[in-house]
Ligand binder design. Sequence first.
Ligand code: SAH
Ligand code: SF4
Length: 395
Amino acid sequence: MPTAFVLPDARNENPDLSAAERSRILAKAALFAPPPAELSDGRRDLVGMSREQLINEMGKIGEAPFRAKQLWHWIYHQGLTDFALMENIARTLREKLAAHFLIGRPEVIANQVSEDQTRKMLLRFRDHESVETVYIPDLNENRGAVCLSSQVGCTLSCRFCHTGTQRLTRNLSAAEIVGQFMTMRDAYGEWPSPKGEIPRLLSNIVLMGMGEPLYNYENVATAVKIIMDGEGIGLSRRRITLSTSGVVPVMDRCGAELGVGLAVSLHAVRDDVRDVIVPLNRKYPISELIAACRRYPGASNARRITFEYVMLKGINDSEADARELVRLIAGIHAKINLIPFNPWPGSVYETSSGNAIRRFADVIMNAGYAAPVRTPRGRDILAACGQLKSAAQSH
Ligand code: SAH
Ligand code: SF4
């Protein structure tokens, strides 16, 4: 197993844990905690606070709860970062707010646009840790998805993933997760937020960047709730997809509390193969993972689960594998995204041939499932699936 292994917070709440075991887990989790909202000058960043926290902050400076509602609108609907522009707040209070708080953004360190218009930003946070955030436009439809990172690095060391070669440095805070989306919106001038479901260029979010979102569940959940709040950014759960490598106990919580779309990085249909390429499988094997998918809200009817399957030449791409895949997911409302392996410096695998991918897809489609082959996007700027890394490690 990977060394820096952090147990998901769902386990911290397990009533069967002994006090000693619980404190050991919490101590380990603290090692990877994001920086606090407070800056060295004492000001606190309002981005990433839940509505309750914001009300609480107002109380601390002697202001009424309705101020939190006003601020929420300016921060998340209008996208302001400057208190001075908040028209319905008196100047004296604006100055007081600016003395106590800020509305932060990560710093844009690099901003590259690929031949196919995919944009990759390297974003740096206050402690100088950085992640990559990608925007993938759908050029025919005038919409697109922002791919958010959830951790700096990853503990899980999947063998085909570039991020997996970078040890986990720390979890991202809710502010840093929401901040990635807000910074991308700044770049496309997409403030204020649309009323209701009016499509925009940044119409969808996928939590498929660096890190395992379900190993940083609390911060991811706070961020997703902020993004879904109808008085702010207002993106509905239907437009948000979270990708997990299969943290089974937290999948149930995610379904019950967030109800966002689920993508599962399956990648293999036999435990002996998946144990090697997705080491988390040794903890939560395929049978448990598929059972959790069946329990996920909507899996049997309303919403399809996306199974991601990276096509690795000679490893997981035979027709027998495809038939086994169909058998495994029988009864789950699903689509299978076939992802040609994206190489990165030092990677050991090869992409399956076009023929192998077609044969694999045919077996799945003949069983009645959609099996789109994901066209790699932004490969020229290393922005495609599994190619992301932080600044220090990329050269
Ligand atoms: N940690 C989460 C989300 C981030 S990875 C997860 O694993 O699901 C996003 C997707 O990219 C996953 O399906 C992952 O398996 C896939 N991926 C990783 N490396 C890849 C590579 N080199 N080529 C193609 N897909 C890759
Ligand atoms: Fe982590 Fe996902 Fe990469 Fe695996 S594929 S190492 S879980 S980011």
